[in-house]
Design a protein around this ligand. Sequence first.
Ligand code: UDP
Length: 232
Amino acid sequence: MMSKMIRHDSREFDELRPIKIEAGVLERADGSAYLEVGGNKILVAVYGPRESYIRRLLKPNTGVIRCRYNMAPFSVDDRKRPGPDRRSSEISKITADALRPALMLENYPRSMIDIYIEVIEAEGGTRCAGITAASVALVDAGIPMKDIVVGCAAGKVNDAVVLDLSEVEDKEGQADVPIAIMPRTGEITLLQSDGDLSEEEFSQAIELAMEGCRKISEIQKEALMKKYSTEQ
Ligand code: UDP
């Protein structure tokens, strides 16, 4: 049985790691957020919509978003070589793709929204945590959105489908399925799958990750309520 399995941190199969989100943590950025989940620490800054000096990136009929996911050299056990690499370019792209459906970019022709995701410490699941934090930072920047996108992964460890893989589980596990959704409609804006899963396990993983997303969505809203109810 899935629920009988012992995870290395004693979590239930459907239990998230402890999570904390704070909105509006930076003075200079238009919007920002800080998120901790398990051993991950992630800071996001948002600018825009604004005119960009990189004119070739602007589009006459719509706004564009640009996203940079970056891991600090001290964020992992072995020093991470500074600068972009294949993994961070991929995560930057899928993050922008995951957030774009919630933004009404057609309202901002010739403008750009910049999202900077800085992973200060990493412990598995940073792409989903980055998306979750970026969405809070976008709200903090006052950018109207159809929904607050939220990300969470499920995967397979010791033949069981489990929620929110830690770094150890990611490395030792059999599969990882990160997703992002717009919780109001349940529309999936990110779906990746790495490893081996049967069709049934794949459906279970998506269902579990969706449940995780819904729980994290409540914490996003609490963070925004906290920020904006104490500021009057
Ligand atoms: N990781 C690392 N060094 C790297 C990249 C990743 O130690 O250069 C760790 C980090 O803890 C990360 C985990 O491996 O969270 C899993 O990485 P993955 O590429 O699966 O992305 P993530 O799960 O963070 O979205």
